[in-house]
Design a protein around this ligand. Structure first.
Ligand SMILES: Nc1ncnc2c1ncn2[C@@H]1O[C@H](COP(=O)(O)OP(=O)(O)O)[C@@H](O)[C@H]1O
Ligand SMILES: [Mg+2]
Length: 273
């Protein structure tokens, strides 16, 4: 794939903080509508990878493309407009405690000058996004009044409000009980499959990757279901494994499960972390 037709493309990207290599010669690319599940030990570079992908952090060397445009040396104003086409759920949800739910969700809209908003008001879009995560009744609440799972869902509402071409989810299920985690993955699949959104998800949970690779959202039931083998959902999902800043594995679920490397194998089983 030519870099200009990718959604995200890293070409030999490296970045260090002092003596720590956060990214070490990382190359990968993904096309529109594709899914990447990123595993790796704490400190292996997963969050930095997401930040570099949207230009929040500049690499020391290599080239980065976002939505087909090279951002390696892009000016902040240009980058700002491009970033407006990406939804981000930060680790821990990243809500502003001093803003209520509606204000949190509308934040990416307020920040955007170039978004084609159609004829819908920001208020309508915020409401739709909160309906998407089934939290329309929490508009006036503050993050501190919500459960951990609800806060994560508000974070998802904020990530989808701009209808981005790319969604980045940093550890969306971390710290949640299994049932709430399942709800969160259902919402991530809902966004991906209803809008064909390219998705990068960092996770520690093997089950999250399993669902991303093998399941799809069914709009009739509002639940996820196993996708037929060979369907787009199963074919377009790849697993990436980070180790000390290096991308040590990239492949399909079948290749992932067959890999014999002891570090890679740590992530390829239920209950892995
Ligand atoms: N702003 C920063 N300043 C210094 N070191 C950083 C910074 N951000 C990340 N690092 C270091 O880079 C490495 C990768 O971090 P990170 O991507 O956050 O790991 P994780 O895989 O847990 O998300 C770690 O060693 C981390 O300590
Ligand atoms: Mg992290």
């Amino acid at each position: 794939m030519d870099a200009a037709s990718t959604i995200v493309c890293f070409e030999d990207v490296s970045l260090r903080f002092g003596d720590t290599p956060a990214l070490d010669h990382v190359s990968f690319q993904m096309g529109a509508g594709e899914t990447r599940v990123v595993f790796g030990a704490a400190g292996s570079g997963k969050t930095v990878l997401l930040k570099v992908a949207v230009g929040l952090v500049k690499p020391d060397s290599g080239r980065v493309f976002l939505l087909g445009q090279e951002i390696t040396c892009m000016r902040e104003t240009e980058l700002f407009d491009l970033r407006a086409r990406v939804g981000i759920l930060f680790q821990e949800g990243g809500l502003f405690d001093s803003l209520n739910v509606a204000e949190n969700v509308s934040y990416p809209l307020e920040n955007q000058r170039t978004l084609r908003s159609g004829n819908r008001s920001n208020e309508a879009r915020v409401r739709e996004s909160l309906e998407f995560v089934e939290l329309a009744h929490t508009l006036d609440k503050f993050p501190s009044e919500l459960s951990g799972g609800m806060r994560r869902r508000v974070g998802i509402a904020r990530a989808v409000v701009t209808e981005p071409a790319l969604e980045l989810y940093d550890s969306p299920t971390a710290g949640l009980d299994p049932i709430t985690a399942h709800t969160i993955i259902t919402l991530i699949l809902k966004e991906r499959d209803l809008r064909n959104t390219a998705t990068i998800m960092v996770t520690h949970r093997y089950q999250d990757g399993q669902l991303m690779a093998n399941f799809r959202y069914n709009p009739n039931s509002g639940e996820i279901e196993r996708a037929p083998r060979g369907s787009a959902e199963t074919v377009d999902t790849k697993f990436l494994i980070m180790q000390e800043g290096r991308l040590v594995f990239e492949g399909s679920e079948t290749e992932f499960l067959a890999n014999q490397d002891p570090y890679v194998r740590k992530f390829a089983r239920p209950g892995a972390s």
